[in-house]
Design a binder for this molecule. Structure first.
Ligand SMILES: O=C(O)C1=C[C@@H](OP(=O)(O)O)[C@@H](O)[C@H](O)C1
Ligand SMILES: C=C(OP(=O)(O)O)C(=O)O
Length: 441
């Protein structure tokens, strides 16, 4: 178990340089675990992410009677698929604050049927799930709320499914559509199942990850753009045998931004041109800000030679990595605007409010809108104690404020409650210490 201090003081660092091997992708890890559990056959998973979010998924699967083993002390796991059934019909499942666990599991459990409760940390009980529950109950599942309507905790009972066509709203979280897509092959009887998206779909690239992994497990979804998705009859999940989890592209964003802010080169290993994660497109935003990016199949390098340019862009397609841009904007030559990021308000914390509050502590002027942030950088970044709101990404992206001489030598950026990084990246600060050079002033 890692020991975490109450707070962490990051010394001002003049340069960022070096190489980081990324932990596994959270989005790929949790999807792969669930698909492997639902599949026919055994799946060997390489480089699974070790973190709170994957831990809750592994524990839930164990409680549901799915057999899995960790190979020694490695991140290799073997999951014995139960072929669309779950051996345990009654369970109380703790989901932490993992959206990628509770949303897909809710759909799968409601469709398979049983007597299950799902709950999490207090913030999880403030994160909406009503659009998913409405879509499922409309086809005959029996999901009810034990607390506030529209939010976990949930109680699932056995229903009678009559799925041919279903509808889901896509403007609060793409994870609702992901959950329905992953559960759809379990609903297919004699007729195909079609899911229609109502209104605008946000965070679209995450749907590509879902479809890609379903395909690897033998289910090919037919689609009409982002509007409608059909799972034909005669398909079920079959294990591909092995799956290698890519490095996490959202986790890569902090190190790549460090290379852009403080010279670089910084190299991340584990994601590159071949990635199926939308967050690799974070590098396009860094390039717009003036960084130089080079990419191989499985690695990315970021470097720069001077002040970053301000950016004004739509970040709906990369909501997680966009937080890194908000902090990089402290180093830009003018006012930056991050648009179309309303989903930030319903994640680990209200990220628009939290980001505005903490950027102001560093001296930035910040305008906060319902779905945007406008950031005017300070002449000089002030030393400050940053609150992290139990949000791993707040802790990780604010570490970047310790870079370059803009924080005067000897000043520190204090990160309060750094242990929250365990949600997706328990060793984050160890890797950051290796690339942040404070011996070069
Ligand atoms: O499907 C996924 O793996 C995810 C989808 C995104 O959520 P939204 O669709 O709610 O934006 C993202 O923020 C989250 O970290 C992971
Ligand atoms: C929004 C996030 O997580 P979740 O999968 O819990 O939605 C995130 O990791 O930034």
């Amino acid at each position: 178990m890692k020991h975490y201090p109450h707070h962490l003081d990051l010394q001002a660092a003049a340069k960022a340089e070096g190489s980081v091997r990324l932990p596994g992708s959270k989005s790929i890890s949790n999807r792969t675990l669930l698909l492997a559990a639902l599949a026919h056959g055994t799946t060997r998973i390489f480089d699974l992410l070790a973190s709170d979010d994957t831990h809750v998924m592994l524990m839930a699967l164990q409680e549901l009677g799915i057999r899995w083993e960790q190979v020694g002390e490695t991140q290799q796991y073997i999951v014995h698929g139960a072929n669309g059934v779950l051996p345990v019909h009654q369970a109380d499942l703790f989901m932490g604050n993992a959206g990628t666990a509770i949303r897909p599991l809710t759909a799968a459990l409601a469709v398979i049927g049983g007597d299950y409760t799902l709950h999490g940390v207090s913030r999880m009980h403030e994160r909406p799930i009503g659009d998913l529950v409405d879509a499922l109950n409309a086809i005959g599942t029996r999901i009810s709320y034990t607390g506030e309507q529209g939010y976990p905790p949930l109680h699932i009972q056995r229903g009678r499914i009559h799925a041919q066509r279903m509808q889901v709203r896509g403007n609060v979280s793409s994870q609702f559509l992901t959950a329905l897509l992953m559960a759809a092959p379990l609903m297919v009887k004699d007729e195909p199942v079609t899911i229609d998206v109502i209104g605008e779909l946000i965070s679209k690239p995450y749907i590509e990850i879902t479809l890609n992994l379903m395909r690897r497990f033998g289910v090919v979804v037919e689609r009409d753009g982002w509007q409608s998705f059909t799972v034909p009859t005669g398909q079920r999940y079959v294990s591909p045998g092995t799956i290698h989890v890519e490095g996490d592209a959202s986790s890569a964003s902090y190190y790549l931004a460090a290379g852009a802010i403080a010279g670089g080169p910084v190299r991340v290993e584990g994601v590159g041109k071949d990635s199926i994660q939308g967050d690799v497109r974070f590098v396009e935003a860094l390039e717009q800000m003036g960084a130089t990016i080079t990419m191989g199949d499985n690695w990315i390098v970021a470097k720069s030679n001077g002040v970053l340019k301000a950016i004004d862009a739509d970040f709906n397609h990369i909501p997680d990595a966009a937080m890194t841009i908000a902090v990089a904007a402290l180093y830009a030559d003018g006012v930056s605007t991050l648009r179309n990021i309303a989903s930030w308000r319903v994640k680990e914390t209200d990220r628009i409010a939290a980001m505005a509050t903490e950027l102001r502590k560093l001296g930035a002027a910040v305008e906060e809108g319902a779905d945007y942030l406008r950031i005017t950088p300070p002449a000089e970044i002030r030393a400050a104690a940053i609150d992290t709101y139990d949000d791993h990404r707040m802790a990780m992206c604010f570490s970047l404020a310790s870079l370059t001489g803009t924080v005067r030598r000897g000043n520190t950026i204090r990160i309060n409650d750094p242990k929250c990084v365990a949600k997706t990246f328990p060793d984050y600060f160890d890797a950051f210490a290796k690339i942040a050079r404070n011996d070069l002033f």
